[in-house]
Design a binder for this molecule. Structure first.
Ligand code: AP5
Ligand code: MG
Length: 213
């Protein structure tokens, strides 16, 4: 199975990709997580990516296509994978198509996380992520037992640098202009299912699971 999760910042792509990855036994490939890992590791790529991420802008297509092309050659991607937050421009979608064709593989489904923009700022400003294991929380919607401490591993919970209200506004704008055109791109290929991402996480999970099965 090769699935793409498409949706606005905060629509719940990462939350559901983690759960579905565990359910189906295939990896979650989040270009956002890969870029943040490069920043944390202090690599040249990470330094370049940081300037775009801090501004709420997209990292150039060639950079993320290179990351994905390399990652999907790994052994764990053989049974399939979930692409979380990639592609997010028509250029990336065309590049992905070419990468999959050359590997004699094809996309199974695109899941569109459909949601009203008005709820996204609260979701993003309240998000907390464990610095050690990557588990995700929300101060109101999914709080940890002890504030600032991960339930799973005891690591400390951090707020993402691009989850400030100014950068969130820019990310929304970029989503509308550069990523939303992908809805037409994929609905034209008849492989897209739209789900209501404003429901509670368990209901969203059930709908995405049934779209993928
Ligand atoms: P990325 O990391 O992909 O961020 P994003 O697309 O902006 O999406 P988010 O991760 O913010 O949201 P999400 O949909 O995963 O929501 P989540 O599940 O966390 O990208 C960051 C940056 O990297 C980009 O701006 C760009 O610069 C760069 N980049 C990445 N990929 C790129 C690409 N392909 N091309 C170019 N540049 C790229 O949920 C959010 C919060 O809501 C959490 O706290 C969660 O607990 C809560 N929540 C989730 N679901 C629910 C629910 N159903 N009800 C209530 N609360 C919920
Ligand atoms: Mg995410």
């Amino acid at each position: 199975m090769i699935a793409v999760f498409l949706g606005a910042p905060g629509s719940g792509k990462g939350t559901q990709a983690k759960r579905l990855s565990a359910r189906f036994g295939i990896p979650q490939l989040s270009t956002g997580d890969m870029l943040r890992a490069s920043i944390a590791a202090g690599t040249e790529l990470g330094r370049k990516a940081k300037t775009f991420i801090d501004e709420g802008q997209l990292v150039p297509d060639g950079v993320v296509l290179g990351l994905i092309q390399e990652r999907i050659q790994s052994e764990d991607c053989k049974p399939g994978f979930i692409l979380d937050g990639f592609p997010r421009t028509v250029g990336q979608a065309e590049g992905l198509d070419a990468i999959l064709k050359s590997a004699h593989r094809s996309m199974s489904r695109v899941v569109l996380f459909s949601i009203d923009e008005s709820v996204l700022a609260e979701r993003l400003t309240g998000r907390r992520t464990c610095g050690s294991c990557g588990a995700m929380y929300h101060v109101k919607f999914q709080p940890s037992r002890e504030p600032g401490v991960c339930d799973a591993c005891g690591g400390s919970l951090n707020q993402r640098a691009d989850d400030s209200i100014e950068v969130i506004r820019k990310r929304m704008d970029v989503f509308r202009k550069q990523t939303q055109p992908l809805e037409d791109f994929y609905s034209g290929l008849c492989i897209m299912t739209s789900i209501d991402a404003s429901q509670d996480p368990d209901r969203v999970f059930e709908q995405v699971r049934s779209a993928l099965e």
